[in-house]
Design a protein around this ligand. Structure first.
Ligand code: ATP
Ligand code: MG
Length: 330
């Protein structure tokens, strides 16, 4: 079972990233053979960004997922920009990707609407690069949040079309999306997912937020009318908080509803705040230790890139051979 997933170094990572994705990365380390995790700096350039800060952000993100429990001895952790096979495979995959499919991607529609100055072709091609990330490793499983479901389905189609066109070279992967906590919503706009680059500042709980900031954000989370702590389509705010508490405690959402039956919103929000503080505090503390040693972080990423490249270059050799690109391999 080979596992692959990527995370963007576009800003401080949040509770949604932690519950939807990072938690699964940690769990996957012992099932993955290997488990491969990538800080996708090339994806980060598809929206406006500060070049001078990108390398800092990569180290922030690396330290964050290491603090959450990734162990470089049990997984491969690397930076996408250190392994050029990703971009080469992206181009090859363009030949079996339908333009119309890219046009239908929800993420493209949402993110393109946010662009003011330049709607880059990179944003349009984002899912092809993401397909290349995973397919370069012939991964079987992709742990992601619910928002990436469509992209993983597309990469399956791309892999299958590639194999039908050029011969069996690639593996069509499956997504792994958690049953609860796969789509944590923005606390201020609970109809939108919590996002690193979109949404609201107050609606986003950062993994490295101080306890008081976490308590305050949860206390001020937009609640819905009524006072019942139950999940319902017309109660997106409370439904979201129920999910958060359920995942953080490792309980079923029904159990949370039973506990707070008839209790009102105030006590419930305070309980969610405390549980989130308890969950994130050890990660924040470990993060601030790890983040100070930049040489160690760079060494971890360098070592990871070397190991990743061994696998990816093998796949690229087969892809070039099957496509008839470049000189015949010996
Ligand atoms: P952006 O909104 O700018 O794309 P992001 O918050 O989605 O940023 P990414 O680095 O793109 O961050 O995503 C990393 C992982 O976190 C992905 O697997 C994604 O599915 C997951 N994820 C992102 N947001 C959420 C969320 N609100 N709830 C659960 N999982 C999420
Ligand atoms: Mg995202």
């Amino acid at each position: 079972m080979r596992i692959f997933s990527g995370i963007q170094p576009t800003g401080r990572k949040h509770l949604g990233n932690y519950l939807g994705a990072i938690r699964q990365y940690v769990e996957g380390q012992d099932r993955g053979d290997p488990a491969i995790y990538c800080i996708v700096d090339l994806h980060a350039t598809t929206v406006p960004y500060e070049p001078a800060r990108l390398r800092e952000r990569v180290l922030d993100t690396a330290a964050m997922i290491l603090a959450a429990g990734l162990d470089p001895a049990r997984c491969i952790l690397f930076r996408q920009g250190d392994v050029p096979e990703h971009t080469e495979l992206c181009w090859h995959l363009c030949s079996v990707t339908a333009h119309g499919d890219l046009n239908r991607m929800h993420q493209f529609k949402e993110k393109s609407a946010q662009q003011r100055e330049l709607l880059s072709a990179g944003l349009f091609l984002y899912p092809v690069l993401m397909a290349a990330d995973v397919l370069a490793y012939r991964a079987h499983e992709v742990p992601v949040g619910d928002d990436q479901r469509q992209h993983v389905e597309l990469m399956r189609d791309i892999a299958l079309r590639f194999n039908a066109t050029y011969g069996e070279v690639l593996v069509a992967p499956e997504h792994r999306i958690p049953a609860v906590g796969a789509r944590i919503m923005d606390l201020q706009e609970p109809t939108k997912k919590m996002s690193t680059t979109g949404g609201t500042e107050q609606g986003r709980v950062y993994v490295d937020d101080e306890p008081d900031a976490i308590r305050r954000k949860l206390k001020r989370a937009v609640a819905d009318s009524g006072r019942e702590v139950v999940r319902a389509p017309d109660k997106p705010g409370i439904s979201n908080l129920i999910e958060v508490l359920a995942v953080v405690r490792g309980e079923a959402p029904e159990q949370v509803e039973r506990e707070f039956e008839g209790g009102g919103y105030g006590d419930f929000k305070a309980a969610v705040g405390e549980a989130v503080v308890e969950c994130l505090t050890p990660v924040r503390e470990r993060y601030s230790e790890l983040r100070t040693d930049e040489a160690a972080l760079e060494a971890t990423l360098r070592d990871g890139a070397e190991r990743a490249r061994t696998i990816a270059s093998d796949t690229l050799g087969d892809v070039r051979q099957a496509m008839g690109v470049g000189a015949r391999s010996a």
